[in-house]
Design a protein around this ligand. Structure first.
Ligand SMILES: Cc1cc2nc3c(=O)[nH]c(=O)nc-3n(C[C@H](O)[C@H](O)[C@H](O)COP(=O)(O)OP(=O)(O)OC[C@H]3O[C@@H](n4cnc5c(N)ncnc54)[C@H](O)[C@@H]3O)c2cc1C
Length: 404
């Protein structure tokens, strides 16, 4: 079955619209984006005008109501075909960014305070402040059950007082709201996990300078410092125990988002190599007419289509929770990690093969491929990396609890 057979008519129209948008607004300037964040923001603003940011926000807050996972899949795949960092931000921003968890939890205090601007006509960023500076992947390691989190939240009267340092969160310094992963007491494990919303202008909150990095240069990362940051106690997402479930769901959503970006990058690398090898000649024949070249392109297509099947299959499962369970379940968490690990490795492999087919010209920005090669590596490193993600995989099959 082809992917278009899985999509509704409305989703098909959405895909055509976004595909045209990417071809018109992103592909022609993809080499310039890394040097000019104003250009990046202008594209995000156009996506807001297309209704992406409010897509999925509850109607009572000015949005469209629930959005299907397939819409997010189409958005992220297509935009990543143009630029990975843009896809990361656009996919996060869709539906109110980090406030989606507050919608799921029904936290009206948080929604009333932070959601209205996201349903408006201006671009807004949210930030998932998860990775602790000292703990790194421990923050995301499910085996540690929250014991690896070092950012502390203490309830003092009616306020949470937060202290700690996060490193690498996307949109740090430019977001209006920070969903901060804290612990009330590491020894409480999962029960100690507290997800707390912090406004971007909270006293005691400060930021490092944007990280310089090899890839994903079109999205901003920086350290976040919490120095006795105080927020009302109702800014906690849901409560002890429930927050840890939401945290697993957020990480699964992130793993799937990572897979969607992998797919878009791999498609772009394949498209570039296919075109180039049709034009570049060896001994008078296009490179892709030589059996070695055709074989490499065939292998790339195999990995690409297997990846697409896996990625959209997970989207289908997300859209059918009655059959497959909630996103925070061990089974769905395991499947999200399977799709993420496979897709990241496949995208790295495909992009490397594209580079081989292009020879030295692949290294030149004029031939468009090199930026995808720089971007693709990140997909194996973030969200706890490929190793910690494997712990999530096995936990879907047996009670793997080892912590030493
Ligand atoms: C572009 C980009 C965007 C990001 N966006 C965000 C964001 O929005 N929010 C946020 O909070 N963070 C974000 N991060 C941070 C990212 O999620 C972390 O860097 C990542 O989770 C791993 O942490 P670390 O780099 O400190 O790795 P480390 O903890 O230093 O780990 C190093 C290596 O050891 C492996 N390892 C660690 N523990 C174990 C173990 N127990 N068993 C086996 N192997 C292990 C890891 O997989 C990795 O390979 C982003 C990072 C990048 C590059």
């Amino acid at each position: 079955m082809y992917l278009q057979d899985l999509l509704t008519e409305e989703q098909g129209v959405f895909r055509d619209t976004i595909r045209r948008f990417v071809n018109r607004e992103i592909i022609p300037v993809r080499e310039k984006l890394e040097e000019d964040y104003a250009l990046v923001e202008a594209i995000h603003q156009k996506l807001v005008e297309l209704g992406i940011q409010r897509n999925g926000i509850p109607v009572e807050y000015g949005g469209t109501g629930p959005a299907s996972a397939m819409i997010k899949a189409i958005l992220c795949e297509e935009i990543a075909r143009g630029d990975a960092g843009l896809s990361l931000s656009a996919g996060s921003n869709m539906g109110g960014s980090v406030l989606k968890a507050a919608v799921a939890a029904g936290n009206r205090v948080v929604l009333d305070r932070f959601m209205p601007p996201f349903a408006g006509k201006k671009l807004h960023y949210g930030c998932l402040a998860m990775t602790d500076a000292a703990a790194g992947a421990d923050t995301e390691n499910p085996l540690l059950k929250g014991r690896g989190i070092s950012t502390r939240a203490e309830l003092v009267g009616d306020e949470w007082v937060i202290n700690g340092t996060k490193s690498w969160p996307t949109h740090a310094g430019i977001a209006s709201v920070y969903l901060t992963v804290c612990t009330t007491a590491p020894e409480l494990g999962d029960e100690g996990i507290a997800l707390i919303y912090v406004p971007g202008d909270a006293p005691g909150l400060s930021f490092g300078r944007p990280e310089r990095k090899m890839g994903f240069r079109t999205s901003i990362n920086a350290s976040i410092f919490y120095d006795d940051v105080r927020v009302p106690k109702d800014y906690r997402l849901a409560g002890a125990g429930q927050d840890s479930q939401f945290y697993h769901g957020i990480i699964s959503g992130g793993q799937w988002h990572s897979a969607l970006i992998s797919l878009g990058i791999a498609q772009a690398a394949f498209d570039i190599a296919l075109e180039y090898t049709g034009e570049r000649k060896s001994n008078g024949r296009p490179v892709r007419e030589w059996s070695m070249g055709a074989g490499i392109l065939a292998d790339m297509a195999v990995w690409l289509e297997m990846m697409r099947g896996a990625v959209y299959n997970y989207g289908w499962m997300l859209d059918n929770p009655d059959s497959y369970g909630p996103i925070f379940s061990r089974e769905m968490s395991s499947k999200a990690s399977i799709v993420r690990i496979f897709s990241a490795d496949a995208a790295v492999w495909i992009t490397n093969k594209a580079m081989e087919l292009m020879g030295s010209n692949g290294l030149s920005p004029d031939f468009h491929l090199e930026k995808y090669l720089r971007d693709v590596k990140v997909l194996q490193l973030w969200l706890g990396g490929q190793q910690v993600s494997r712990y999530r995989v096995v936990r879907g099959y047996y009670d793997y609890e080892r912590t030493t």
